[in-house]
Design a protein around this ligand. Structure first.
Ligand SMILES: Cc1cc2nc3c(=O)[nH]c(=O)nc-3n(C[C@H](O)[C@H](O)[C@H](O)COP(=O)(O)OP(=O)(O)OC[C@H]3O[C@@H](n4cnc5c(N)ncnc54)[C@H](O)[C@@H]3O)c2cc1C
Length: 406
């Protein structure tokens, strides 16, 4: 039994026939609803199967309700439970947002699944491109490119972004507003292979020069999907860079190109490099705090960032480090020893130590051979490694700390 009763009874005139042109989600659903209610329906689409295309991947409660009333919600693929709880990051805070109903959908599979179900409700499917429509008030006609002409009582036109037929009927698409949204969709996995501990996440970015507006993560079946919505133009540098990164995962900055894929894909390697980095900073801080013991410890919080500000793959580390060390003599309290003389030269030494030790680590792990590692040590500058310690915040600088937290 279908769920279309919700739409009310149909009074079917004798010989009534509906031709639906275009079999995407909109019209395949309409054709299904009309077929299930006993109408004589033909669906014409230029493709026998809906191809893999990036289209709507998430439906909200009101859209789910329409699909339910049309009887096609159960044909959504892959079937998955509604999301009940979404995390939202806005204005520097994470909040939990309760959602009544929201589904991730695989658009292509969903459309093809509804199309398959059309036969079961008596809808005839015709594969062909419609070349013209005669908008006769009593007997509209549809001509297919192979020369066939079909007549009907009603023609329903929904050919997506294709404007030709619409314009031939004297209608024009109005853009409201004229700004375009360039969107990206891709699957996400955690680098440690474990499942995500949330089912949905939304991030509204404040207006920014990169023109990325909104990022949303949600599940489609067992996959975690990301959709990024931007106000970029397709040919601007950021859009081109973003497209390249998504087409070619594994590019990493700021480490040398050779090391990037390992850092990006292997959490064990990313962790080992962080340890090397922390040890080098600790040694420098100890040297810069002569009153501290040789076993003094540093205080630091680290973040491993996988993306740059335009969401390009760009693994790098952010650290908040106290510029001093903690040490404890046998009979005394823990004391903080402020470091002195943290000059650019000393920071450059950290860079050079990290470069040597990371290359040695890669060599020992069998990820780099001897010759390549030796060659990379001779690269100009810091050989692709870079440490930027230019931001310093005084303990009393509340505004600076607030900015850091945000
Ligand atoms: C990147 C992207 C992201 C989106 N995200 C969302 C979202 O999150 N939420 C949301 O609600 N909406 C979203 N949308 C919009 C949504 O995908 C569309 O509104 C919806 O797919 C339109 O469905 P449709 O059936 O009208 O068109 P389509 O799915 O485009 O189908 C049109 C059909 O018409 C056929 N056709 C075209 N010309 C002819 C012809 N001459 N003869 C015969 N057949 C023809 C095509 O073969 C096709 O099968 C998104 C769209 C895009 C592009």
């Amino acid at each position: 039994m279908c769920e279309c009763g919700a739409l009310g009874p149909v009074v079917k005139p004798p010989d009534a026939k509906v031709i639906v042109v275009g079999g995407g989600l909109a019209r395949a659903s309409a054709a299904y609803a009309m077929g299930a209610r006993g109408l004589d329906v033909i669906l014409v689409d230029r493709r026998s199967e809906y191809p893999v295309m990036f289209r709507a991947e998430k439906i909200e409660a009101d859209q789910a309700e329409i699909m339910r009333r049309l009887g096609v919600l159960g044909h959504r693929r892959p079937l998955c439970d509604p999301v009940r709880e979404v995390l939202s990051f806005e204005g520097g805070r994470v909040e939990v947002v309760d959602t009544v109903e929201q589904y991730g959908i695989d658009y292509t599979e969903t459309v093809n699944c509804i199309r398959e179900a059309l036969l079961g409700v008596g809808v005839e499917l015709i594969n062909g491109a419609v070349s013209s429509i005669e908008a006769d008030a009593f007997r509209p006609a549809v001509t297919i490119r192979d020369g066939r002409t079909l007549t009907a009582t009603l023609v329903v036109l929904a050919t997506g972004g294709s404007d030709k037929l619409i314009e031939s009927l004297g209608m024009r698409r109005a853009m409201v507003p004229r700004l375009k949204s360039l969107s990206y969709g891709f699957d996400c996995v955690r680098s440690d292979g474990r499942p995500f501990d949330f089912v949905g996440f939304n991030h509204h970015l404040p207006p920014n020069a990169r023109r990325i507006e909104y990022v949303t993560l949600f599940r489609i079946g067992g996959r975690m999907r990301a959709n990024v919505f931007t106000r970029l133009t397709p040919r601007c540098d950021t859009a081109i860079a973003l497209r390249k990164e998504l087409e070619r995962p594994g590019t990493v900055f700021p480490a040398p190109k050779r090391l990037r894929p390992y850092l990006h894909h292997d959490v064990r390697v990313a962790g080992a490099v962080l340890q090397i980095f922390l040890r080098a900073i600790r040694a420098t801080l100890r040297r810069s705090s002569p009153a501290a013991s040789s076993r003094a410890q540093l205080g630091a919080v680290s973040f491993f960032h996988r993306f740059g500000s335009s969401l390009n793959v760009h693994p790098h580390y952010h650290l908040v480090v106290l510029d001093g060390v903690f040490s404890k003599a046998d009979d005394s309290e823990i004391a903080f020893h402020e470091a002195h003389g943290l000059t650019p030269d000393r920071i450059a030494q950290v860079e050079s130590v990290v470069q040597k030790r990371v290359l040695r680590y890669f060599r020992r792990q069998g990820l780099l051979d001897e010759v390549d590692a030796a060659g990379m040590l001779t690269w100009q500058g810091s050989g692709g490694f870079s440490v930027d310690a230019s931001v310093r915040i005084e303990a009393e600088d509340r505004a600076g700390i607030e900015r850091l937290v945000r």
